[in-house]
Design a protein around this ligand. Structure first.
Ligand SMILES: Cc1cc2nc3c(=O)[nH]c(=O)nc-3n(C[C@H](O)[C@H](O)[C@H](O)COP(=O)(O)OP(=O)(O)OC[C@H]3O[C@@H](n4cnc5c(N)ncnc54)[C@H](O)[C@@H]3O)c2cc1C
Ligand code: FES
Length: 314
């Protein structure tokens, strides 16, 4: 399978189709050739256990669904969840019944209660999967496979605190981060309706908001907001940038950081099929490095979803 570039509109669709083909293959193989099918499933299970330390698949009861403006929502599920989930890790979600599509959908963990008795996911209803999850009711069940992937790293000794830049549901990975450290979050959206869920964040979070139409906060995009805050000295110009949102936004932020020699980490929202390294459906083009086995592509689900922006071929 050819790797996808990071940018969504070009070749991600091709990956999605390949992922679906792979998943269908897992389902129909046992019917065609029972032995081959069983072998595939055994290999898949071994791989899964080896590569996804601590991952579990469970059905969780829905505790509540908080409807927000702009078709966004926060879905609270009953535990148990690991209390060790790192900001930026994700899970594959599907409803317990009436799931309208073949594959589960990746969601960042939004919040996890201290003892793991509950966890929440922050979504926006944009397609069949996210709409089905928005429509669940209290007491329904949701299947969660996770935690998956790696999170945002803590800053090195002496390094300034990272500044977080989020667009839309790209805000999701940063709540767990802000619970650990006092952080400045720059949050951008198309309009006032798209700026949601800030009240879920702890008081030690400093928010700066940007909207494209100027209906709330800074009038412009979140990169322009970032530049203006750096120019005004309100954001440390040396602070590493942690970013999550639409690909064009992350690409622009990464380019800006590269120009100024500032470290930048991005959490990619690549289309995924398995979520744990088996199908290659989430491949992204990278600069070959040891951690990618020297290959020019990486699997977003296990090598990411958080990458050093310099590793990626945008
Ligand atoms: C690690 C990770 C964490 C994520 N966390 C969240 C989260 O916390 N909250 C949230 O709401 N979403 C999150 N997403 C994104 C979400 O999983 C996808 O948008 C998902 O495909 C939506 O499923 P759907 O069935 O509703 O819509 P789909 O039918 O899958 O998509 C609807 C439309 O959007 C397009 N589309 C969606 N995703 C992509 C893509 N990556 N590339 C190109 N086109 C795309 C489709 O082509 C389609 O037109 C995350 C993704 C990843 C990889
Ligand atoms: S989603 Fe299957 S390998 Fe990443």
């Amino acid at each position: 399978m050819r790797p996808c570039r990071v940018r969504k509109p070009t070749r991600i669709g091709e990956c999605g189709r390949n992922s679906i083909d792979t998943a269908i293959e897992f389902v129909i193989q046992p019917m065609r050739a029972p032995r081959a099918g069983t072998a595939i499933q055994v290999v898949q299970c071994i791989y899964r256990v080896l590569s996804c330390d601590g991952m579990q698949t469970r059905l969780h009861k829905v505790l509540r669904v908080e409807g927000l403006t702009g078709a966004s929502y926060v879905l609270w599920l009953e535990g148990p969840f690991s209390a060790e989930i790192a900001p930026g890790q994700f899970a594959m979600l599907r409803t317990g019944s009436d799931w309208p599509v073949l594959l589960p959908r990746p969601f960042s963990y939004f919040d996890v209660s201290a003892a793991g008795t509950a966890a929440s996911f922050f979504g926006k209803a944009i397609g069949p999967g996210t709409r089905a999850l928005a429509a669940v009711r209290v007491g329904d069940e949701v299947s969660v496979s996770g935690p998956l992937g790696g999170g945002f790293p803590a800053p090195a000794d002496g390094e300034p605190e990272p500044v977080c830049i989020a667009g839309g549901v790209g805000l999701a990975p940063f709540l767990l981060w802000t619970k650990q450290r006092a952080t400045t979050v720059l949050y951008g959206g198309a309009n006032r309706e798209a700026i949601v869920a800030m009240e879920s964040f702890p008081g030690q979070t400093t928010f700066h908001v940007a909207t494209d139409d100027g209906s709330l906060g800074f009038h412009g995009n979140v990169l322009e907001l970032y530049r203006s805050l750096v120019a005004a000295g309100e954001v440390d110009q040396r602070a590493p940038v942690y970013c999550c949102g639409p690909d064009p936004m992350m690409e622009a932020v990464a380019a800006d950081c590269a120009e100024r020699g500032v470290a930048c980490r991005v959490s990619l929202e690549t289309y995924m099929a398995c979520g744990y390294g088996v199908c290659n459906g989430c491949s992204v083009a990278v600069e070959p490095a040891e951690r990618f086995g020297g290959k020019p592509w990486a699997r977003c689900c296990i090598h990411g979803p958080v990458f050093d922006a310099a590793e990626l071929k945008w």
